[in-house]
Design a protein. Structure first.
Length: 254
């Protein structure tokens, strides 16, 4: 579950906020974008742990020397009979409002039960508007698409990820519930994300091994979007304050 900050692509690696120009390094040359930030490669300090709990902290350092804010990120993972609880706190330690764009590249191997049949795996995902993306640079075109067959199947829990490629960007619908169902073994993985994660990106490569169910707090390239920033999820953290983001993964019978 790599942490992405700032999540996804920023066109030309640049945007403006409150009169300040932010310039991120271009690390995806084929699209001339900044992609995903560097927290997923950063070293986190171990704060405390037990057999079923771990808390880690990252303090901004040379990896984010281009980002004009001092900040820290604390992530805790707790295992219990209720599944895996993930809590992420981002602290703005600077003196100005700090834009925040968070996501997780959460990937599930499929099937998730040994010996299960691929044709019995389905995905349910509550989705709303789909944002059209340019297939060359994967940036939104500014067009909202009508609900197609795949979107309807996701909402009904009828999308089969094996043999059906998907790469779609959505605003979360309803509660944004995500499930992976094994209808043969009557088991499902449930991936819950709080309301801060108002966007999703779904991707399954060659549609034969995995599916990425990525919660995001904002639309791809929200920093430079022609849509209203409230719609795109462009948010910030006030000075000397923080925001908390909560997710949970568990397995249940149905």
């Amino acid at each position: 579950m790599p942490i992405l900050f700032p999540v996804n692509r920023i066109s030309n690696g640049e945007f403006e906020f409150e009169g300040r120009k932010y310039t991120f390094p271009i690390n995806e040359l084929t699209t001339n974008c900044h992609l995903h930030g560097f927290l997923h490669t950063a070293k986190f300090e171990l704060v405390r742990k037990s057999e079923s709990f771990v808390e880690c902290r990252y303090m901004s350092d040379e990896l984010y020397k281009f980002f004009p804010h001092k900040f820290s990120v604390e992530i805790t993972y707790t295992l219990s009979e209720n599944g895996l609880l993930q809590e992420t706190c981002i602290y703005n330690l600077s003196d100005t409002n700090m834009p925040v764009f968070l996501g997780f590249h959460t990937t599930f191997n499929l099937p998730f039960v040994n010996g299960a049949s691929a044709e019995n795996i389905y995905v349910l995902a509550e989705v709303g508007n789909e944002i059209e993306r340019n297939i060359t640079n994967y940036l939104p075109t500014g067009k909202i698409l009508t609900c197609d067959d795949i979107s309807q199947k996701l909402n009904r829990g009828e999308f089969q990820p094996f043999g059906n490629k998907i790469s779609k960007h959505y605003k979360a619908g309803n509660d944004g519930r995500i499930e992976i169902l094994d209808k043969e073994n009557r088991l499902r993985i449930v991936y819950e994300n709080d309301k801060n994660f108002g966007w999703r990106l779904y991707y399954n490569g060659d549609a034969d091994k995995f599916i990425c169910l990525e919660p995001q707090t904002c639309m791809v390239n929200c920093q430079n979007s022609e849509f209203d920033r409230d719609f795109t999820g462009f948010t910030y953290i006030e000075p000397k304050s923080y925001k908390k983001y909560v997710s949970r993964i568990y397995v249940e019978e149905f």
